[in-house]
Design a protein. Structure first.
Length: 225
């Protein structure tokens, strides 16, 4: 049976590559993307990506977008309540699976599995266990394009904010930083690649310090690149 699947969409490279990988599986039918959004700032939680860029990504993916508004700050209880409501809605609409772009964090995977247990949605982790250095190179070679939208300055110099996720960036990353930023060292905004019907013409704006992180703002003028 086909797995009607909802994508946990972060707006970044791992989610984008996950879509590309899952679309090559004959048993998976991607039918929607779900993203938590800071309801005050109207930006993707953690990544800081504007909702208009998020919507442009979903349009280029060809996936209906489900925005899950959460307050900032957001307690874990409030987050879980919002996600439980979204999951229940998806199950009512016939979804059977939910896909996540997690790479190697076992505790995060177990958390997702625990939260979905008995919900009617089975979690999928198509990238889990991949060697992140090899995966990063595979993404770039495969045509994925992304920019760093959020940097943790405690582990990575703020000058990396806004940079292209490419071979030059991988070469410049400090040895203790994961090549895919899986420990939260950086987050990205994907704008082109085989998962998109067309590239997004994102343009960098201001870089600001907020809540202990460094964010580069990106805007997306209407129309294709």
């Amino acid at each position: 049976m086909m797995k009607k699947t909802l994508v946990s969409w972060s707006s970044g490279k791992d989610s984008a590559w996950m879509v590309h990988v899952l679309r090559q599986r004959p048993d998976v039918a991607l039918a929607g993307a779900l993203t938590t959004v800071n309801e005050t700032a109207q930006r993707v939680a953690m990544h800081g990506v504007r909702v208009d860029v998020l919507q442009a990504q979903a349009d280029a993916l060809g996936l209906p977008l489900r925005r899950i508004p959460i307050p900032a700050p957001c307690s874990n209880a409030r987050y879980e309540e919002a996600m439980a409501q979204a999951v229940a809605s998806a199950v009512r609409e016939g979804f059977t699976h939910m896909a996540f772009g997690d790479l190697f964090l076992e505790d995060l995977r177990r958390y997702r599995e625990d939260r979905l247990a008995g919900s009617g949605l089975t979690p999928l982790f198509p990238l889990f266990g991949a060697d992140t250095a090899a995966l990063a190179r595979e993404m770039i070679a495969g045509g994925l394009r992304a920019r760093l939208t959020c940097v943790d300055p405690k582990v990575l110099d703020r000058r990396f904010a806004g940079r292209e996720f490419d071979a030059a960036l991988l070469a410049d990353l400090p040895a203790m930083v994961d090549p895919c930023g899986e420990r939260g060292e950086f987050h990205t905004c994907a704008y082109a690649g085989p998962m998109f019907a067309r590239p997004l013409a994102i343009q960098p704006g201001m870089t600001v310090d907020r809540d202990g992180f460094v964010f580069t703002d990106f805007v997306c003028p209407p129309g294709p690149a």
